[in-house]
Write a protein that binds this ligand. Sequence first.
Ligand SMILES: Nc1ccn([C@@H]2O[C@H](COP(=O)(O)O)[C@@H](O)[C@H]2O)c(=O)n1
Ligand code: CDI
Length: 165
Amino acid sequence: MSEARMILPRTGIGLDVHAYASDDLPRPLWLGGLFWEGERGLAGHSDGDPVAHAAADALFSAAGVGDLGTHFGTDRPEFAGASGITLLAEAAKIVRAAGFEIGNVAVQFVATRPKFGPRREESQRVLSEAAGAPVSVTATTSDGLGFTGRGEGISAVATALVYPR
Ligand SMILES: Nc1ccn([C@@H]2O[C@H](COP(=O)(O)O)[C@@H](O)[C@H]2O)c(=O)n1
Ligand SMILES: C[C@@]1(CO)OP(=O)(O)OP(=O)(O)OC[C@H]1O
């Protein structure tokens, strides 16, 4: 690899989608590292937090070290019910061990509920602490269209920037 290429920052992308849990097996909603009381929860092997998962995948993607499935596969019983914050902190550790520092992570999720604005600062603080770098979160409703509009699930997309240490 050329010297210039070795010092260039690298970007990554992550996308995660979780369906709502069925009414027969209700779950709490974890989104953006926060518990949302009274909101319908998402299905998943872990806590099903698509914001934290998309952020972790963007970090793996930027560092070129695989993805969520590579590091926290659903075949790993120790990750059953794992918090998205724990997975994001672990992802940041793996990326740093691979020789990178984290510039920032930006996440946007698509959901009609919950209303995110009032808790944005709290969510960003929790996620940034886990990543050890600034994590910003935005939200959009998709105007009632698509699977989110139909109330089927929540998606999140993230980008990350890392640079060699
Ligand atoms: N779950 C959500 C979704 C959106 N917001 C905020 O509302 C703004 C307008 O939403 P659009 O879908 O019309 O883009 C958006 O920019 C967010 O500030 C929210 O807080 N929670
Ligand atoms: C996080 C993991 C592992 O517990 O499980 P899920 O909570 O199902 O999440 P998903 O984003 O579908 O896949 C990644 C898995 O590795």
